[in-house]
Design a protein around this ligand. Sequence first.
Ligand SMILES: NC(=O)c1ccc[n+]([C@@H]2O[C@H](COP(=O)([O-])OP(=O)(O)OC[C@H]3O[C@@H](n4cnc5c(N)ncnc54)[C@H](OP(=O)(O)O)[C@@H]3O)[C@@H](O)[C@H]2O)c1
Length: 438
Amino acid sequence: MQTNVGLLGYGTVGAGVARIISLEDALLCQKVGWPLKLAKAVVRDLSGRRAFPAPPGLLTTDPSEVVANPDVQVVVEVMGGLEPARTLVLAALESGQHVVTANKALLAVHGREIFEKAAQSGREIFFEAAVAGAIPVIRTLKEGLAANRIQSVAGILNGTTNYILTAMSRGGATFEEALKEAQELGYAEADPTTDVEGADAAHKLILLTALAYGVLPALDDIRAEGITKLAPADFQFAEALGYVIKLLATAASNPEDGRLEVRLQPAMIPKGHLLAGVNGAMNAVMIRGHACGDIFLSGAGAGMMPTASAVVGDIVEIARLANSQSKLTKPSLGWQSLKAETVKPASDIWSRHYLRFSVHDRPGVLAAIAGALAAHNVSIAQVIQKEADPGTGQVYLVMLTHSAPVRSLKAALDDAASLEGSLGPARVIRVEEFREGR
Ligand SMILES: NC(=O)c1ccc[n+]([C@@H]2O[C@H](COP(=O)([O-])OP(=O)(O)OC[C@H]3O[C@@H](n4cnc5c(N)ncnc54)[C@H](OP(=O)(O)O)[C@@H]3O)[C@@H](O)[C@H]2O)c1
């Protein structure tokens, strides 16, 4: 007996998977009970350079050598993108193959259709590598914490942005300087848009929300904001106020109204919090359950071997399952279990905020801004005003607010922006408190 594995893609992750399956064959055989064998790997260009050399005859440009091939039991989709990945994954499930994917964009956009197909076909779709790379967060939510009502999930889910934010907070670099450094060191793509604008982390947050709450939000439901507007001054003020800035993904069930709050935003985190100490390209997730309390997981969120570690873990689990049942009665995340419930609109969410106003150093400006906030019931917890720049007469006025609805804050800031002495819209960063019961 053996389990034959077909790869759709032999790039960074695919080559890592091939490396582990080839070099750790004895270890994997011991864990599964019989050998795993690489059958075929689909690529676009047979002559491309490979990080782990493919044995002769492994590579092909014909997907039908993997998908719906009766000799291949497990299809591993590591090609990325939406098409042809979607069509191939659906065809694999339809034909009775199990699927492992690392493709968070595919599941975030087409998850409902793909999970439905898996359920109809009685086949599994595993995706541990799609969120936080090597960290086994999917399995933790799906199995280890199954007894819990999940109160919140908070994570640093994108290594590129965490590398950039760490560089900005340590060295006083601008966003552009930190991005350039990240690109030179291989932590950022030549086109970093999906990372720095937040889409990549938002896709992962959608999957965590589905696992924690049985709700698959649309990308538009999430208040997703990237890191491109952060300035060195924000990091200096954060430091002075006792915070660290992170791109934080959170899904939480609000204990007051029971509704789901899902956000991806730069956030100020208290310096002493575990997530504040997650630096460089590392990822981390904190899960709070009603029975387990706080669980903290941290590790490499990307890269050839860490990602392959998660993919091969899924292959091993499927190989064991596939022997015990020819057709699964209930795949672990069937679409039927996904509720239609929507997430709370961002404007209804309550939060504390950091506000940085750029103003002319004139008498009355501070009082006028405070008045605009008070008029919308946004109360101020702390104020910092530095000496004005002698050349321009401009000054930063920084405020920390108490908790208030985003809707009220927005109305107050619209009013404040039109006040005499204001030099434009305030920079706003959410302040995360990690309150008990959330
Ligand atoms: N890289 C990471 O650290 C990481 C971490 C977590 C998740 N992921 C996810 O894993 C997936 C793969 O990422 P990767 O970094 O390994 O990508 P990659 O290095 O660009 O590799 C993609 C592979 O798929 C093949 N491919 C792409 N489109 C194809 C098509 N239309 N037909 C046939 N073959 C095609 C490519 O063929 P050629 O080699 O011939 O071009 C290549 O072998 C993505 O969904 C990504 O989001 C990656």
